[in-house]
Design a protein around this ligand. Structure first.
Ligand code: 4NP
Length: 144
């Protein structure tokens, strides 16, 4: 399984989802390939926001070596599933799909809900991180 996690900046939410999902799927020996990307281009090449890195570290995950990249159309081919963090991401990524199959690969990470963008509120990083961890465990149960 090849999974891409997508948010707006690729420095807060999707790096958490990438690092946590990689760690948990590796622990289960699933041999999944996990990556993340942002719909925007502002943070290309940057490390995750330090608040995300800290929140992840506090519950046992190291995401500090990950680097931001921008979503591009070739990623539709490279990944089986593309999980987006909110409905704006869903619109932005689906707009780039060229076929029905590409469009169908794009799903809300939380199924029917959005992961709140924590960028402007420090207090959101810890709950977002825990929510992402919980959902990663569920997805592993569903797909493995
Ligand atoms: P992310 O959060 O989409 O979870 O990475 C954001 C990061 C940066 C910005 C917005 C959201 N920004 O406006 O730079």
């Amino acid at each position: 399984m090849k999974i891409l996690m997508v948010c707006l900046g690729n420095i807060c939410r999707s790096p958490l989802a990438e690092g946590i999902m990689r760690h948990l799927s590796d622990k289960e020996n699933l041999n999944w390939e996990i990556a993340s990307a942002g719909t925007g281009d502002w943070h290309i090449g940057k490390a995750p926001d330090r608040r995300s890195t800290l929140a992840a570290k506090q519950i046992g995950y190291d995401i500090s070596n990950q680097r931001a990249q921008q979503f591009s159309q070739d990623m539709f081919n490279r990944y089986d599933l593309i999980f987006v963090m909110d409905r704006n991401n869903l619109i932005d990524v689906q707009r780039l799909a060229r076929t029905f199959e590409e469009r169908e690969k794009v799903k809300l990470f939380l199924d029917n809900d959005e992961v709140t963008d924590p960028y402007w509120d420090d207090s959101l990083f810890e709950p977002v991180c825990k929510q992402v961890e919980e959902r990663c465990r569920e997805i592993i149960k569903q797909l493995s």
